[in-house]
Design a protein around this ligand. Structure first.
Ligand code: HEC
Length: 142
């Protein structure tokens, strides 16, 4: 009698462990996977209002260092010191996939934000500053 009871306990314990690990890895997997952004068509087509010249890129770099580097890293690789504390990966601004999107899409994402990515509507109220950042980000392409 005693052994069967112990065995049952053991099997139940094992099942709880396996189930727990499966759930944990599933939730972890879901959290880190980047979901596609829903960017409105009009925003996608929005024209960059600031010409990308040395002055704009330099201004963008200053803003980026102040507001973005802590998470995205100085080269946009998603390796800033704060990135480790987040549930979501910060993405990689050096990839062809990232630069395949329009300036308008990048502008929209900076303005609106999503989850761990803050909205900069209030912190950077001047659109021109955001366009400068977009121009700087284009220089991070590999
Ligand atoms: C607190 C950390 C944090 C800060 C600060 C931050 N970001 Fe992000 N950013 C994220 C995270 C996390 C994501 C991924 C969000 C997602 O996919 O849901 C992201 C996503 C993005 C994206 C979309 C990436 C893609 O693949 O299209 C852009 C663009 C972006 N950030 C630009 C910026 C800019 C520019 C700044 C500064 C003005 C900034 N971020 C500041 C955390 C941050």
């Amino acid at each position: 009698m005693k052994t069967t009871f112990k065995r049952k306990l053991f099997v139940i314990g094992l099942m709880i462990l396996v189930l727990g690990f499966t759930t944990m890895s599933f939730v972890g997997y879901q959290d880190n996977k980047p979901k596609p952004w829903k960017v409105p068509e009009a925003s996608k087509k929005m024209k960059n209002a600031v010409k990308s010249d040395a002055a704009s890129i330099a201004a963008g770099k200053t803003m980026y260092s102040k507001h973005c580097k802590s998470c995205h890293g100085s080269k946009g690789l998603g390796d800033g010191p704060k990135a480790k504390e987040l549930d979501t990966e910060c993405g990689n601004f050096s990839t062809a996939a990232f630069h395949g999107q329009t300036d308008g899409e990048i502008f929209y994402k900076i303005k609106e934000g999503r989850d761990d990515m803050p909205s900069f509507k209030k912190k950077i109220p001047d659109d021109e500053d955001i366009w400068n950042i977009v121009n700087f980000m284009r220089t991070l392409a590999k």
